[in-house]
Design a protein around this ligand. Structure first.
Ligand SMILES: Cc1cc2nc3c(=O)[nH]c(=O)nc-3n(C[C@H](O)[C@H](O)[C@H](O)COP(=O)(O)O)c2cc1C
Length: 302
């Protein structure tokens, strides 16, 4: 048993990354049922009781452990943490800002804490604050990232050298080659986001999944949001933002992401995805992805 599987209570050291409003209970439960670790997300949540319903719906679908993400920029993060503790969710990832204020609160609740970091300095800070593990998230990742942009290939071994707690690699991992590469860099687990969007179980709009499948290696770009950036598919909206023809207002609100990610309204918001979209060529069931990822012989996609 690795330090990461011991921490998560799962068979494989694979975390399904939090993905805002598209971490539906069916996806989270399917990931946990297949031996990895599903994660509910709260970045855009506005109501602790709605979060409780998600936990309860997931518990109906699986008896296996799953966790949740707390997004520091969401002012209700502590309220959500209380709900998770009450509902028996024992492990959380913390992302989207400094975990300093949240960690003592989570410790009081008896949570295991995994902090998502973009640089070595932030990783060392998180270890100093008593994190149980670190997710080192490289710049090829889909979704929100900092302004400094260190790639997974460099960030993971640098963080492994800098901290003693287990390191979980994120960013660019979508198949057994990425999984093995992460382990070769010294990671003891992986966190996978984009690959789990293009699955049968994910609630994301069919068009979103198809765009990921169609995307090549240059199919994503970075959108400037001021204090942070978002890696997203190069839709017309993203091209306009990259050219400076449009600002970031209202494209990353709960209503906008629901409209774009779930309903497929490409005018409403951007579709976050990582560069690994260029390696994705099908929309299988979650279990197939996890089984291929941990297998010794890679099965070519498509
Ligand atoms: C659509 C989308 C939404 C995301 N939302 C969150 C989030 O709410 N909280 C978080 O910690 N990370 C979020 N992420 C990052 C993922 O959890 C994960 O770390 C990342 O996708 C890993 O890189 P990959 O996309 O190359 O697999 C999101 C990523 C995507 C693609």
């Amino acid at each position: 048993m690795s330090r990461v599987t011991e921490l998560l209570g799962s068979r494989y050291p694979i975390i399904q990354g939090a993905m805002g409003v598209i971490c539906n209970p069916e996806l989270v439960a399917a990931v946990s049922e297949a031996g990895a670790f599903g994660l509910l997300a709260t970045a855009f949540a506005q109501d602790p009781e709605a979060v409780r319903s998600q936990v309860q719906a997931t518990k109906k679908l699986t008896n296996k452990p799953f966790g949740a993400n707390l997004f520091v920029m969401n002012p209700l993060a502590q309220e959500f943490a209380k709900v998770f503790a009450e509902e028996g969710v024992k492990t959380v990832t913390v992302s989207g800002g400094s975990p300093k204020a949240l960690i003592p609160f989570l410790r009081e609740l008896g949570m295991k804490i995994i902090v998502v970091v973009p640089t070595v300095g932030v990783a060392q800070g998180a270890e100093g604050l008593d994190a149980d593990a670190i997710v080192a998230e490289g710049a090829e990742s889909g979704g929100v990232q900092g302004l400094k942009g260190v790639s997974t290939m460099v960030l993971v071994p640098a963080v492994v050298d800098a901290v003693k707690v287990p390191v979980i690699a994120a960013g660019g991992i979508g198949d057994s080659r990425g999984y093995k590469a992460a382990m070769a860099l010294g990671a003891e687990g992986v966190q996978v986001g984009t690959r789990f969007i293009a699955t049968k179980e994910c609630i994301a709009n069919a068009m979103y999944k198809e765009r990921i499948v169609e995307s090549g290696d240059t199919g994503t770009g970075l959108v400037d949001m001021g204090r942070f950036r978002i890696r997203a598919l190069r839709t017309q909206l993203v091209e306009k933002m990259i050219k400076g023809e449009m600002g970031p207002d209202n494209i990353f609100t709960p209503a906008a992401v629901e409209a774009a990610w779930v309903k497929g309204d490409l005018e409403a918001g951007v579709l976050p995805a990582g560069q690994v979209a260029g390696l994705i060529s099908g929309i299988p069931a979650v279990r197939e992805i996890i089984e291929e990822m941990v297998s010794l012989n890679r099965r070519r996609e498509g």
